[in-house]
Design a protein around this ligand. Structure first.
Ligand code: NAP
Length: 172
């Protein structure tokens, strides 16, 4: 299994405003995610992120119609989207992963789900898109139990729209 966490943030590492708004991030960040997903077997989101994306309109979810999406939610839920599977714990995620023969997993938020994978020592790679924006108050890249990880720099890409993309390997 290979697990990548990929996120977009301000230069100071915030992924959304305090009330969950991502308007300061350009649409380029979503396009970058869609490009990456061609090389992965599934996209993992937390339910707060999923509900946010749904609120942006049908186009965003339509772009993902060929992607298997696994949504973490503690509630038992059935999806109205045929490509969306709910999972209620990390144990449940591992069952789904085995059942679906998933190899490469793309985790893209939010902060709690990134943290959950990191604290379980499951993340191999972290790719961060730093956007040209300062936000003094908001949601961090990771949130939850205390975790510390050493990283190794793998690559730096000068992306479009002044985005700097940094690839790190996680030391295990
Ligand atoms: N800039 C970016 O790249 C980017 C990417 C993604 C998200 N975001 C932003 O990040 C914010 C959301 O982040 P967040 O940390 O608040 O929420 P989140 O990680 O997206 O989702 C949290 C939810 O996941 C479920 N969950 C958490 N731990 C779980 C566990 N152990 N087992 C099963 N389910 C679990 C719970 O859903 P239930 O409440 O249903 O139980 C919880 O409320 C939003 O503003 C979003 O727009 C930004």
């Amino acid at each position: 299994m290979k697990i990548t966490v990929e996120m977009a943030c301000s230069i100071n590492g915030l992924i959304a405003t305090k009330d969950g708004n991502e308007d300061f991030l350009s649409n380029r960040n979503y396009q970058i995610m869609l490009g990456f997903l061609k090389e992965y077997d599934c996209l993992v989101w937390g339910n707060t992120t999923f509900k946010n994306v749904i609120s942006w309109g049908d186009n965003y979810i339509d772009d993902l119609k060929d992607v298997t999406i696994i949504i973490f939610s503690k509630e038992k839920q059935v999806s109205s989207y045929k490509n969306v599977i709910y999972c209620n714990s990390m144990e449940n995620f591992l069952e789904i992963y085995k059942e679906k023969n998933i190899e490469n997993v793309f985790v893209s938020g939010g902060a709690h789900i990134n943290n959950l994978f990191l604290e379980n020592n499951m993340v191999d790679e972290i790719i961060i898109n730093y956007n040209p924006y300062v936000l003094t108050n908001g949601i961090n890249l990771f949130n939850g139990n205390d975790v510390e990880k050493s990283l190794v720099l793998n690559k730096v890409v000068h992306e479009k729209e002044d985005i700097v993309q940094i690839w790190y390997k996680v030391k295990k």
